[in-house]
Write a protein of this length. Structure first.
Length: 201
């Protein structure tokens, strides 16, 4: 019985994640995706950042941009250069209120760097600062309603995916899908990308 229950939880959690990915994909604004693609291709340098698991998503995206031949840096690394007005900053934050990301976005704004925000909250501080906001729906850490009765009355049943999982995984899939689109637009093959893959491992 316990094993069956665990299997049900795993399947339900997987379905919840898949449903969120599909819902977000259906709701994406084609014009915003086109603008994001343009910024990534035309900027002198692309800077990416995120904290925690969102930071891991940012790093994964940075690696694929490098494979495409795009000049990309992860904010916080010792070799990251200064921002300029010819660059763009892609900031990933579910809440759009992460202190260090807001601080970096402020610096980018002052230097004339274009800002792409990937967030669940378009009206957040980060969203308001950005030149382009990509809305990735997902439960984030600030969504938790602790009162059971209130949660049920609002129809907000407890998610099986903890904290920011829905946002982070959906963002990862969205960005990897964007790489596929960039490959077509830039006429880059998988072989081209493999040639840029690190040989020091």
């Amino acid at each position: 019985m316990v094993l069956i229950l665990k299997e049900l939880i795993l399947k339900d959690a997987t379905q919840e994640i898949v449903d969120n990915v599909l819902s977000v994909t259906e709701g994406l604004d084609p014009k915003k995706i086109e603008k994001m693609s343009e910024l990534l291709q035309t900027s002198k340098n692309v800077f990416v950042m995120g904290l925690g698991r969102s930071g891991l998503v940012a790093r994964a995206f940075a690696m694929r941009l490098m494979h495409l031949g795009i000049s990309v840096y992860v904010v916080g690394e010792t070799t990251t250069p200064a921002l300029s007005s010819e660059d763009c900053l892609l900031a990933i934050s579910g809440s759009g209120e992460t202190f260090s990301i807001i601080s970096a976005a402020n610096i980018a704004h002052k230097r004339g760097t274009k800002i792409i925000a990937v967030t669940s909250y378009v009206d957040s501080t980060l969203g308001e600062m950005a030149d382009l906001v990509v809305h990735i729906k997902g439960r984030t850490k600030i969504d938790s309603e602790k009162n059971y009765i209130t949660r049920q009355m609002n129809g907000k049943h407890q998610s099986l995916s903890p904290m920011g999982t829905l946002f982070e995984i959906t963002t990862l899939i969205f960005l990897d899908s964007l790489i596929a689109q960039l490959m077509v637009e830039m006429e880059i093959t998988e072989e081209d990308m493999k040639a840029r893959h690190t040989v020091i491992e």
